[in-house]
Design a protein around this ligand. Sequence first.
Ligand SMILES: Cc1cc2nc3c(=O)[nH]c(=O)nc-3n(C[C@H](O)[C@H](O)[C@H](O)COP(=O)(O)O)c2cc1C
Length: 342
Amino acid sequence: MCKVSSPLLTGFHIGPHHVTMPLALAPMAGITDLPFRQICKRFGAGITVTEMIASRAVDQGRERTERMAEIGSDEHPVGIQIAGADPEFIRDAARWAENHGADFVDINMGCPVKKICKQVAGSALLKDEPRVARILEAAVAAVQVPVTLKIRTGWDAHSKNVVRIAKIAEEAGIAMLTVHGRTRAQMFNGHADWQDIGLAKQAVNIPVLGNGDVVDAASALEMLRISACDGVMVGRAVQGNPWLMAEISAALAGKPFTASTTPNTAQRWPIIREHLEALHAHHGENIAGKLARKHVAWYSKGCTGSAEFRQHFQRIEGWDAQMRTAEIFFSGDTDQAWLRAA
Ligand SMILES: Cc1cc2nc3c(=O)[nH]c(=O)nc-3n(C[C@H](O)[C@H](O)[C@H](O)COP(=O)(O)O)c2cc1C
């Protein structure tokens, strides 16, 4: 058993919403859809945020966009994340998000992807501080719900402006700031700088969440110690590992946690099955089948025979065959009977 000393966080407010567990699931495109957010919520996430939705896409009535904004009754408070370069599009997208039931509207200024940055959206906006202010002011003025912002620490090591952006955000009426402690130039390389997150926290009086490279309870507590921020946002480490939320939330609450918090292979299957069935119900068979490949591969990491299983599972066609194969594997079969299930 591992006893951790907790910073005894009391939570914080996003506007009227009191967040008692200062642990957020990071928005991840193609991953944090409703089914995955609900699982993470159940394991202890205090806040969830949808995948990024392009502000230009919101009024086109596309089924995919609508599905991305679907919110579960069990996941409040939840944010809908929007991205864009144009204050008018952001204003309309913020209203659209509010009308879709978002408890808060989160604006993405952290995405490093070239296609997004070329449109001067995502993290490219960090190079244009006046535009950041215009975008944030437009969003705040457009909706009743709180508006939050997610950023990186700057464009590159020579132009870090996390403190100035944090102040611009506070001035514009942003209710919570999340800082991924990398510059855009770092993409996902190197390490997140938790001290840079701390600089933003010191500069403003709004809640600041720290993000980047939290992988377990110990690293969550260490990030909080170094940055003194109000909460932790976790992304990649929960892929195939949503029960990590239980471990981290226990640590943040000052409760001891044990290795047995992590389900073994057989205990994982009911959770995984529920996740896969929810994917099927939410996306339909075609998309769910593709998403299942990704999630099942992550879930199988560390299990006996997982490399061969992953290779095999990627080639299976048809939902029923996927489910049968996964069930045999996660039931702890050591005879590779899953090879014959499809
Ligand atoms: C596959 C993937 C998709 C992501 N999509 C988004 C997104 O839609 N919006 C966003 O703000 N950040 C996105 N991010 C960044 C994460 O929210 C987070 O900032 C980053 O992964 C660092 O946190 P971590 O070290 O806990 O993963 C994405 C990251 C990954 C790996």
